[in-house]
Design a protein around this ligand. Structure first.
Ligand code: A3P
Length: 321
């Protein structure tokens, strides 16, 4: 009955009745589709995107688990790709007046969210940049068949969890009451969270990046925070728009990093007071922007538990956090 709250087409409604489902994260109904958990409105978008999205070879796709640093990656990629179009990062740069989510649309949240409307994306100038939380397995076929590039950013699951808990608490608490951290943690560790399980999500892209390093670039939030200059240059090389010596000596790399830094973006008026299209106040995309806040929220037992899951699922594949 709760499905009536959502604007779903018949195909999606029917599919939902066949999928495993759970209610958690403060009353969110999640449905497991192709191994990952989606709220109904996103499932509708995922199906539509899988059906309709046509990749161009020049496309750039930014993929993350929610709270792994999507906003930062969007800002960096946009500024990088458009550095000749907007050379002045102090005035007239779109990032000064628009939230990064407005400049790089999400498939599931922005583009394919209307069941009656398939967007015409052919007219967007190339290279087009899109973003998604979809698993590698669930990407539209044309993405896999084309030579478009995928940037995958992941983050220590402990920080992802803490960030997610804050985010959901902020955006949903008014309607649904507080979200106990222990309850959310239990769901997250079982893999039941929007677009989760986290570990399988990471693994899909990790494997693909090892197999095809010119298709998928695998990035870690922690490493980017520690060596931003190095990684921005690596991203530029991967996207086949490397910085020239001249650009480097003119400070273009530093300029982009400063523009996209947590301090700069979070203090802009647009990110303090406005809302992006999906009805979340922009300020909730900027909280601390640091490594290791989990130390302030998780008990020793929780830390051991989540670390053991990470070890069990990822260590064999050469991945750790
Ligand atoms: P915290 O909650 O730990 O502070 P997403 O963009 O995927 O929703 O992730 C949000 C997380 O990224 C939040 O983490 C947020 O503060 C952080 N973040 C946002 N902008 C950032 C930036 N420019 N640099 C580094 N981290 C940023």
């Amino acid at each position: 009955k709760y499905m009536q709250e959502y604007d779903l087409d018949e195909e999606c409604e029917e599919l939902l009745t066949t999928l495993p489902s759970e209610k958690c994260w403060n009353g969110i109904h999640l449905h497991q589709y192709q191994g990952f958990w989606f709220a109904p409105e996103f499932l509708q978008a995922v199906i539509s995107c899988q059906k309709h999205f046509q990749a161009f070879d020049t496309d750039i796709l930014l993929v993350t688990s929610p709270k792994a640093g999507t906003t930062w990656l969007k800002a960096l990629s946009f500024a990088l790709i458009n550095r000749n179009k907007y050379p002045n990062i102090h005035s007239n740069h779109p990032l000064l007046t628009k939230n990064p989510h407005e400049l790089v649309p999400f498939w599931e949240v922005d583009l394919y969210c209307n069941k009656d409307f398939v967007p015409d994306l052919k007219t967007i100038s190339s290279p087009r940049i899109f973003s998604t939380h979809l698993s590698y397995e669930s990407l539209p076929k044309s993405v896999k068949d084309s030579t478009c590039k995928v940037l995958y950013l992941c983050r220590d699951p402990k920080d992802v969890f803490v960030s997610f808990w804050h985010f959901i608490s902020n955006v949903r608490s008014k309607r649904n009451g507080t979200l106990p951290l222990e309850e959310a943690f239990e769901c997250f560790c079982r893999g039941v969270c929007p677009f989760g399980p986290f570990w399988e999500h990471v693994l899909g892209y990790w494997k693909k990046s090892l197999e095809s390093s010119n298709k998928v670039m695998f990035l870690k939030y922690e490493e980017m925070k520690m060596k931003p200059y190095f990684y921005l240059k690596e991203i530029a090389k991967f996207l086949e728009c490397p910085f020239s010596q001249e650009e480097e000596s003119k400070g273009v790399v530093d300029g982009i990093l400063n523009l996209c830094s947590f301090d700069k973006l979070s203090n802009l008026e647009v990110n303090k007071t406005e809302k992006v299209s999906f009805n979340v106040e922009n300020k909730y995309f900027f909280r601390l922007g640091q490594i290791g806040d989990w130390k302030n929220h998780l008990t020793t037992e929780m830390i051991e538990h989540i670390n053991s899951i990470t070890k069990q699922k990822l260590a064999n594949h050469g991945l750790s956090f």
